[in-house]
Design a protein around this ligand. Structure first.
Ligand SMILES: Nc1ncnc2c1ncn2[C@@H]1O[C@H](COP(=O)(O)OP(=O)(O)OP(=O)(O)O)[C@@H](O)[C@H]1O
Length: 358
């Protein structure tokens, strides 16, 4: 069997089964992983301030200390990320584990792409140390934080566990005013911003920070959209081009979603549009017709007959999006103010990573 052929379900010990559905790219790093029979060295970078880490970091650090091939670094600020990555590179890690939420993953992978601390692109393991953990839920090691960490460490030592590498692109967001690029798996505007504010104000404040809290916030936002509630519907004029074609020409929109993930939190897939390219986008007008009746389709990657552009529904895939609007973009939980006058915001693929799904 060729090396590429062995890149199937794989264990660190070198036993692998074929076939492997690697989406969008070749599994180069995973292939080289399975050719090794030794224990894998893991560098775990934890965000000390993200959701679950605030309570569980000490236990995670104690767990990591039990495995001699695991190096653990906790950072208290994003500015410390590059130093930690350079330290891992100097120690020759085989796998980079990121323990934090969506914002941490975006920050760390963005630094990997922009500053290139590693000579080669390493496989990534995600541990759900954040609050919503949307990306880790889709691409990371399964289970709660400590269980997932133990599973990763045992697997890396050659123990039990099957690993399915998934290749996914990271969005790169470039601003025309020269500020630093942003990275992430998800970009939202319009009702996403109002829904997030609602979640912080009404849901998190009541202690509901997990998927149940997310479900409440999403349901409330959709209800607000259905009712035209101004707390959730604050139309913004949007111009959007996808791969050079203008798909929205200065029209009011209530919601913009862009992602490189196949599903978002709670498994929802609000992208049904065709077109080539890994960036999936959806735009909802200020009063999408028959919204409640369309939800089963809208949330599962399909379009009902009612979901036409004239009725306020647009969805399309592409390689490169240009956005012009006055408002706020939420990129994996980080908010960025943008103005039309600055020039368009360009969203494309910053790079692809291989995520170890265990
Ligand atoms: N490595 C890091 N160390 C410390 N702080 C970081 C690091 N990476 C990002 N940050 C900052 O920490 C904040 C919170 O991170 P993150 O979004 O990962 O946690 P969360 O909000 O609890 O989780 P989620 O995004 O899954 O809801 C972000 O504002 C981010 O800028």
């Amino acid at each position: 069997m060729t090396a590429a052929g062995r890149a199937g379900l794989l264990s660190a010990g070198a036993v692998a089964r074929w076939p492997l559905p690697v989406l969008g790219d070749s599994a180069t790093a995973a292939t080289s992983l399975i050719l090794r029979s030794r224990t894998l060295r893991i560098g775990v970078l934890s965000n000390a301030n993200s959701g679950h880490n605030r309570r569980r970091l000490a236990r995670l650090a104690a767990l990591a200390a039990r495995y001699p091939y695991v190096m653990h670094r906790a950072t208290g600020h994003g500015d410390e990320v590059l130093g930690a990555l350079q330290d891992f590179a100097a120690r020759g890690i085989d796998v980079l584990a990121i323990n934090g939420g969506d914002g941490t993953i975006a920050r760390v992978l963005g630094e990997v792409l922009e500053r290139r601390p590693f000579a080669a692109r390493l496989p990534i393991a995600l541990l759900p140390g954040g609050t919503a953990n949307m990306t880790a839920d889709r691409l990371g090691v399964r289970g709660g934080l400590l269980r997932a960490a133990r599973r990763l460490f045992v697997w890396a030592g050659g123990g039990d566990g099957n690993c399915r590498p998934l290749v996914r692109p990271l969005l790169r967001v470039r601003f025309a005013d020269g500020r630093d690029n942003a990275y992430g798996m998800f970009l939202g505007a319009g009702a996403v911003i109002q829904g997030t504010e609602y979640a912080h104000r009404e849901v998190h404040a009541r202690g509901l920070r997990n998927n149940a809290g997310l479900a409440v916030a999403v349901a409330r936002t959709l209800w607000g959209l259905h009712r035209g509630d101004p707390r959730f519907v604050q139309p913004v004029n949007l111009t959007m081009t996808i791969d050079g074609y203008t798909t929205v020409a200065g029209q009011p929109m209530a919601t913009l979603l862009v992602s490189s993930l196949e599903r978002l939190f709670l498994g929802i897939n609000p992208f049904w549009g065709g077109g080539d390219g890994p960036l999936r986008s959806t735009v909802l007008g200020p009063a999408p017709r028959r919204l409640l009746r369309s939800l089963p389709w809208l949330l599962s990657g399909r379009a009902s007959g009612a979901m036409t552009e004239a009725a306020g529904y647009r969805s399309r895939c592409g390689e490169c999006l240009e956005l012009a609007l006055d408002g706020t973009l939420n990129i994996d939980g980080e908010c960025h103010e943008v103005r039309r006058a600055m020039g368009p915001v360009v969203v494309d693929v910053g790079g692809r990573f291989e995520f170890l799904r265990l």
